[in-house]
Design a protein around this ligand. Structure first.
Ligand SMILES: [Zn+2]
Length: 120
């Protein structure tokens, strides 16, 4: 995964740890608020793929349960581990593109201000 601004610098310093700032262009990437959206989307997508596969395999060949376990168990783990950083990178890029959460130089629009509200 590369920086959404320049496409050259790395977006992640570890498996799922987003870099504070792009080493190539200096774009700050710490503004992202991916939170638990990446695992949510990963579970939804992997679930749909695997459940469809389980149902199709069962419908076509009706194999014993151990066959399902051997195929779909590792498939769930590997597919999830493969998808998670890609989906997180896509969400960080989306937030960057829409200038969300401070990416555009401003804070969140719905941010709670601790300053007293001035009324006239
Ligand atoms: Zn960059």
């Amino acid at each position: 995964m590369t920086c959404p601004a320049c496409g050259k610098g790395r977006a992640f310093e570890k498996y799922l740890k987003v870099v504070h700032q792009c080493e190539a262009c200096g774009e700050e990437l710490h503004h992202h608020r991916a939170d638990d959206a990446p695992p949510y989307f990963t579970m939804s997508i992997v679930g749909h793929i695997v459940i469809a596969g389980v149902l199709m395999l069962e419908d076509l060949y009706a194999p014993p349960t151990w066959v399902h376990t051997v195929i779909w168990g590792p498939m769930v783990v590997l597919l999830s581990l493969w998808m998670l950083p890609r989906i997180k990178g896509a969400l960080v890029g989306l937030q960057w593109a829409f200038r969300m959460h401070g990416f555009g130089g401003k804070g969140d629009a719905g941010e709670i201000s601790l300053e007293p509200r001035h009324t006239t």
